[in-house]
Design a protein around this ligand. Structure first.
Ligand code: GLU
Length: 338
């Protein structure tokens, strides 16, 4: 189990909204200071360009459903979104193809295995299982409507930009580096094809997926993107309805089950809100109806999750009262409210 550094931190219980502005501001700063000197974990090395990340960079952002933002440290530093893109591409595709079709075709159950596991595909007769592992993400990306790869890409890039409320550009160096080293993802796509689980050309599906992983975001962007899912699909900064409320709900359910790879159970046990991590060090944690936390810190644990990101989210979940499982007795609440 990850030591979240929160043994002595009291869990506040949700009141349905975030604490007042000044309190949130102070708590976000405090959360950043607590983890600032933490050096646990290591940067991802299996994609050559990610090995050059500056390991000590650290940014924290919280964006609420009214569009208010609290940004500390390297909250505006850009990095490739990597796996966090899976959450938002899933929302885009679910919005297009519908609840039942996507639930059946891609699935919503955790594999219990690593994010790029081939064995998980074999064990499940080619079913990708969920959209947050590479197999499911590649199959999801292949479902984006469009006659050509470029049309699909335009749709994908426009949707992720709408979630962020600004145009997202590609990190060409990361895209080139991952394109040269993604043999495993290409093998996964061909395996899906062999099981009849992919309608598109596998090379094209992997290329689109690799491009989506190379989009540049900041911790602040991640918080805005997450706050859009927390706000019934409406970007609280731009006011744009990016996906439906139902799709936001479904996406958060999928993240709760599988957002932190095979550590999703531990994440939910410690932090208690849906989240998604990526191997470049980004992390988003979403409190439905309240807002989202975005963090950036490239040192990862063995499953590929940012260590400081998880610890910061754990702390903020407690002090901001985000954990969706925490309650207090209705009797106690009535006495306090008198
Ligand atoms: N582009 C990365 C890959 O396919 C994303 C992995 C991740 O962030 O988990 O390996």
């Amino acid at each position: 189990m990850l030591d979240t550094h929160t043994a002595a931190v009291e869990q506040r219980v949700s009141t349905g909204s975030l604490p007042g502005w000044q309190d949130v501001d102070a708590l976000v700063r405090d959360a950043y200071e607590r983890e600032r000197d933490d050096r646990a974990g290591d940067v991802a090395r299996y994609i050559p360009s990610l090995a050059t990340a500056v390991p000590d960079q650290f940014g924290v952002a919280v964006v609420d459903v009214m569009g208010g933002a609290h940004d500390v440290g390297d909250a505006w530093t850009l990095f490739s979104i990597q796996s966090i893109s899976k959450a938002f591409v899933y929302a885009l595709v679910a919005d297009e193809v519908g609840h039942d079709a996507i639930g059946e075709r891609i699935g919503v159950n955790n594999t219990g295995l690593g994010f790029n596991s081939v064995m998980a595909i074999e064990l499940n007769e080619g079913h990708p299982m969920n959209p947050m592992v590479n197999a499911g993400a590649i199959a999801t990306t292949a479902l984006i409507p469009g006659a050509t790869a470029e049309e699909k890409w335009s749709r994908l890039a426009a949707a992720l930009s709408a979630f962020a409320g600004r145009h997202l550009a590609i990190d060409e160096a990361v895209y080139a580096s991952e394109s040269q080293s993604n043999d495993r993802n290409r093998a996964i796509a061909r395996l899906l094809l062999s099981y009849g689980r992919l309608d598109d050309d596998p090379a094209e599906a992997v290329d689109l997926y690799t491009r989506q992983c190379s989009l540049l975001v900041s911790a602040h962007d991640l918080a805005v993107m997450g706050a859009t899912l927390a706000d019934g699909g409406v970007n609280p900064v731009s006011g744009e309805q990016v996906v439906s409320g139902q799709v936001s709900r479904d996406t958060l359910a999928v993240l709760a089950a599988s957002g932190l790879y095979e550590h999703s159970g531990e994440w939910l046990f410690e932090i208690g809100v849906p989240g998604k991590s990526g191997v470049s060090g980004g992390l988003v944690a979403i409190a439905p109806g309240k807002g989202a936390i975005g963090t950036f810190s490239p040192r990862l644990d063995a499953a590929g999750n940012s260590v400081r990101g998880q610890r910061t989210a754990a702390h903020l979940s407690r002090v901001l009262g985000l954990n969706i499982f925490a309650s207090r007795s209705a009797g106690d609440a009535a006495v306090e409210d008198v």
